[in-house]
Design a protein around this ligand. Structure first.
Ligand SMILES: Cc1cc2nc3c(=O)[nH]c(=O)nc-3n(C[C@H](O)[C@H](O)[C@H](O)COP(=O)(O)OP(=O)(O)OC[C@H]3O[C@@H](n4cnc5c(N)ncnc54)[C@H](O)[C@@H]3O)c2cc1C
Length: 593
């Protein structure tokens, strides 16, 4: 039996009750989706993740990938699993039906993404990047390019990549130098990209690179960046892959984790120029690429949830088996799950994981409502909320994953530090999630700079009003949730004060935003997690009398209480750090560090 069982009841509960699913399926585009469809998609995905993908995870970690004769080789098990993934139709579940997709809501597809990442995050990155490329092309490419590429990408026959980073251009894409020279109806792309995930591999029949590059007359900085589609194999007249294009993997990185995800240095145009086609307008490539980046950011948040869940499951299993020490009122030695400190770790793991899941699925639901709504006012509101949520889903959920996967090692004691349990791999694999797709520091700056300050706090304020509406039901719920009510109310107050503080201190202390952004991101993420767990606890109490699964519902209530007692108090510390401004952070000269 697989050591990963996707927590389908918890996922369904989250979709239905914490991601406002009734509102999502009320949208005309999703009229054919109902609870049964969601249930069967999740059950099938769980089987695929547990039975097909999870067993390849350890193999990929051990074997890794390599470049041989200008081509990346991956474990055969990955190629076989990808074939099955394609045949089962998983690549296109949320894609546009016009190109062969199934058009399911993102809210459902994200739960599947969580499962793929939990089962084998190295593998999951490949279809995830393809989906991001599909979305960017669907939104910004010409009809001709869409007809040429999208059906094959949606079916998974071809895979996509995202080529932004260069040695001198990481967080700061304004420094990128890859060039694109016009040649008739196409462009010749030359330059070197680094860290390109799944930049080459044999699993798909063609690889479609989305590449940021500069036109010869482009203005400097981010206003001079354009987006190009560059296929690995040029296409024959009938659309089938033909001769190799001038783009090759030079090497793959040796890294801390995700060993089976090829992180490539890609050379474009060493032999004269890789043929590419412009996507969107000249010099507006960064905005077009943001479609893909935002998609990936939420996906990376879901990777954090998946790895947290898997680490939690392994830790619970170990804590039930491992016998050490004695406990009050028990005869003989006990399993470590009996010890309060081990329970503290397990509950912290479980409640952080569920809080992160609640944040990610809710973000997906905002995206669905923003993209498929019919009322312009509501659409605007959900789009703004999705934009606010995206950096939080990426950064807070992956910070949570660092903590959860680290706790997973701690629960295992020495066995956690040695590789054979597999729990160390989850920690190593999770570490990249705080870095790629824009570091968590950059996410936090985006959150404060673009999502809080730019509209004077209006979007945050609107959300706080929504979150405060759980106060009355929490009051009615009585003593059982009293601690949740008081901790959440205090945390919301801290959030409001911190938001006001940042808005009013921007001019007085220009470095304050940068100095406080990370704490503000952690503060708002902690509050959102507490709000989602509180909502879950309220639903659980309501269903308790009639449900046959009282243990599941009780666990929702206990998670909310534990989080209110152990995580929400962290908001006070984050708020204090936000208020501290930049003075001590900026005082030392660089040479004094
Ligand atoms: C395994 C892996 C896979 C990747 N996959 C891809 C991929 O598929 N495609 C792709 O294009 N890229 C990819 N990347 C690149 C990744 O997105 C970058 O590494 C990341 O955005 C950070 O850039 P950098 O490494 O240059 O770090 P730097 O930008 O040098 O940052 C270093 C530190 O400085 C901080 N920092 C930088 N600028 C600022 C600022 N203005 N304000 C405050 N702090 C700042 C950062 O937060 C970070 O802590 C991948 C990277 C890795 C390691």
């Amino acid at each position: 039996m697989s050591d990963y069982q996707a927590p389908v009841p918890q996922m369904r509960f989250t979709i239905e009750h914490l991601a406002d699913f009734a509102e999502v399926v009320a949208l005309p585009d999703f009229s054919a989706v109902d609870a049964d469809t969601v249930g069967s998609v999740l059950e099938e995905a769980a089987k695929f993740a547990g039975n097909v993908l999870a067993p390849t995870n350890w193999i990929g970690d051990r074997q890794g990938v390599k470049v041989v004769d200008r081509a990346v080789q991956v474990p055969q098990e990955f190629t076989d699993a990808y074939q099955q993934f394609r045949e089962a139709g998983w690549p296109g579940i949320a894609s546009n039906p016009e190109f062969g997709g199934q058009g399911l809501p993102k809210t459902v597809a994200l739960a599947c993404d969580e499962m793929w990442a939990a089962a084998n995050v190295s593998f999951a990155l490949c279809p995830e990047l393809s989906q991001g490329a599909i979305l960017a092309m669907d939104r910004h490419a010409t009809d001709e390019l869409k007809q040429t590429y999208l059906e094959k990408l949606v079916s998974g026959e071809w895979a996509g990549t995202m080529c932004l980073t260069e040695p001198q251009a990481g967080s700061d894409l304004s420094a990128l130098t890859t060039r694109a020279e016009p040649r008739g109806d196409r462009y010749l792309v030359t330059g070197r990209k680094i860290y390109i995930t799944w930049g080459d591999h044999p699993m798909a029949e063609n690889i479609i690179h989305l590449v940021l590059a500069r036109l010869p007359d482009a203005p400097p900085g981010t206003k001079g960046i354009s987006l190009f589609v560059v296929p690995k194999y040029k296409l024959n007249d009938d659309g089938t892959p033909g001769a190799l294009n001038d783009v090759f993997p030079v090497s793959v990185e040796h890294k801390l984790g995700i060993h089976a995800s090829p992180t490539c240095v890609l050379a474009f145009g060493d032999e004269g120029g890789a043929e590419g086609w412009l996507v969107g307008k000249p010099n507006e490539g960064l905005a077009a690429m943001f479609t893909m980046m935002n998609y990936m950011r939420l996906g990376v948040g879901a990777q954090g949830v998946g790895l947290s869940e898997r680490s939690y499951q392994k830790s619970v299993a170990y804590a039930r088996e491992r016998v050490q020490g004695r406990a009050p009122g028990e005869k003989g030695r006990v399993a470590i799950i009996r010890h309060p400190d081990v329970r503290r770790m397990l509950l912290l793991m479980r409640s952080l994981t569920q809080a992160a899941r609640g944040i990610c699925y809710y973000t997906a639901s905002c995206l669905d409502r923003g993209a498929h709504g019919t009322d312009p006012e509501a659409v605007g509101r959900w789009q703004s909320r999705a934009e606010l949520m995206t950096p939080i889903a990426k950064a807070w959920c992956t910070e949570a994953a660092q903590e959860v996967t680290e706790l997973g090692i701690q629960v295992h004691g020495g066995m956690g530090y040695v590789e054979e349990t597999g729990v160390a791999q989850f920690y190593r694999d999770a570490r990249i999630a705080s870095i790629y797709e824009g570091t968590n520091g950059i996410q936090a700056i985006d959150l404060v700079g673009r999502k809080l300050l730019r509209d004077g706090g209006a979007t945050v304020s609107d959300f706080v009003t929504d979150m405060r509406s759980v106060d009355a039901p929490l009051a009615n719920a009585g003593e059982g949730l009293a601690v949740v009510r008081s901790a959440l109310s205090r945390a919301l107050d801290e959030l409001v004060q911190s938001s006001t503080h940042l808005i009013t201190s921007e001019k007085r202390d220009p470095e304050a935003t940068g100095a406080a952004a990370f704490d503000y991101m952690m503060l708002i993420g902690n509050v959102l997690g507490g709000w989602q767990l509180a909502r879950g606890a309220l639903v659980a109490l309501e269903q308790m009398a009639t449900s046959s699964d009282k243990a599941f519902l009780q666990s929702q209530v206990v998670m909310a209480r534990f989080y209110a007692e152990h995580v929400l108090p962290r908001c006070t510390a984050h708020a204090a750090a936000v208020r501290a401004g930049s003075a001590s952070t900026m005082e030392l000269a660089a040479e004094s560090f």
